[in-house]
Design a protein around this ligand. Sequence first.
Ligand code: MV4
Length: 465
Amino acid sequence: MIQRVLVANRGEIAVRVIRACRVLGIEAVAICSDADQAAMHVRLADDVVHVGPSQATHSYLNMAAVVAAAKISRCDAVHPGYGFLAENARFAELCGEQGLIFVGPEPSAIRMMAEKDTARTVAAEANVPIIEGTDAGLPEELDLREEIRRIGLPVLIKAAAGGGGRGMWLVREETEFPEAVRRASAEAAAAFGDGSVYVEKYIGRARHVEVQVLADAHGNVIHLGERDCSAQRRHQKLVEEAPSNVVDEDSRRRLCEAAVRLTKRCGYRGAGTVEFLFDLDSGKFYFIEMNTRIQVEHPVTEMVTGIDLVVEQLRIASGEPLSSRQEDVFTSGHAIECRINAEDVNRDFAPAPGLLTEFAPPGGAQVRCDTHCYTGYEVPPYYDSMLAKVIVHGRDRDDAIQRMQAALAETNVDGVATTIDFHKRLLASTDFRNDSFDTAWVEKVLLPAIRIGETGECNDEVGAP
Ligand code: MV4
C-alpha cells in the first residue's frame, strides 16, 4: 500500500485528497506557493513543502519543483487532483522515472486521450458511437468537398490538440469551408503547436452526459453510471447532477457499456470520465472526449453510489483490486452539485478575489460542502475562482432541487461576489425544473433573462413555476 502521498494541488481538491488519505491511514504531504501558506490544505496535511512563488506556472505547474517536493518529503506517490498537472503525460512519466507512483493512468493512456483525433479513432475501434466526420489532417490533406457533402452542414472543425471546448470552429456554408479549415488549422498551430484538424457534423441541441469509470491494474473495469453537466457557460460547468433523467434505461445501459469498452481499449487504469453528447433531436449519444483525471463533479456520483472515488484511486494506485464488482454497484436517488465561485455574474463572471469576511457553509441531512474556505480566508487572485461545491442528495430530482434550495438559502458568503444568487435563479427556473434545457441554455436563455430582470424590464423569476 502507498504510505505517503504528495498532494500536488491546492484548494478544495487538495483537501478532498488529504481526507481520502486519512481514511486509508496514508500520510499526506501538501505543496504550497507563497500565496497559500495559510491555506486549508496546508493546515490539514501531515507535512508541507513550499514549491515557489504565487503564480501557478512557477509553483503548482513547475514539474521539477513538484517532483523534487515528493522526493524531499519521502513520498512514494503523487496525487495530481484536477487541473494543473493532472493530465500532463510528461509529468506522469517524470514521476515514474523518479520511482514515484502517479495516481492516475499510464502516460500512454493520457496521451492517447489528449489527442482528440486519436481518442476518436480508438473509440471507433471500441465500437463506441462517434459523430459523423473525418480523420485528422492538415487542410491540404483533407478532401474537403467530398467529405462535407457526405457529412452535411453545418459542421464543426476541431483541433486535434484542442479539447474542453478549445479549438472549435462552426461552419454553416459550403463556400466558407475551405478558408475556414485553413484558418482553423493556422489558429490551432499557433495555440497548440499542432495544426491538425478534423471535421464533425455539428450537433445543435444536446446534453452533456458523461460516464464515470474505474479500472484497476488487474484488468477489472466498471462504470458508476452517468452525470449530466449540461448547465454550462463557456465550457465552465456550473451545475452537475447524477443520474441524467433525459437518458432512458436502454440508452443508459448502452452509454455505460460503451464507456467501459473504451476504457478497456486504451489500457486505462484509475478513475476516468468518458464524455458524450446526447443529441436531443435523435436521442442518440456520441463520444466526444475522455478525461483522464478525477473531476470536479465526482461527488454527485459518490452520493448516488456510496463509493468514495478518491479512496478508489489510491487503492488502485497501490495495486489493490477494485472494491466493487459491476453487479454490486447500485445507484439510488438523485444528486446535484452547485459550484460556488468567487465571480461577479453581472460583470461577465469576472473573478472576484478578496477577503471572506464571512463564510458559512450549509449543512444538514444529505448535504455535503467540499471547500477549503473559512471566515477570514483571503481568496488569492492567482488561481481558479471556485470557493466551494455544495452537493445534495434527494430521493428523486425534485427532492434534490428542494434540498439544494434549502442548502443555498443558509449558505452565507460575504466580502466577495459569488455565484450563489445565480444558482438560486437557475434552480427556480421552469426550464431547469422541467429538465428541459441543453448545453446552450445558460448562455442563450437563462443569463439574458437574468440580465433583463436586473434592469427591471422583466420579472426576475425566469420562467417562474
Ligand atoms: C460538439 C458540439 C456539437 N457538435 N461536437 C464542446 C467541448 C468539447 N468537449 C466538445 N464540445 C462540443 N462538441 C459536435 N460535433 C458541441 C460541443 C459543445 C458542448 C459540448 C458539451 C457541453 C457543452 C458544450 C457547449 C458548446 C459546445
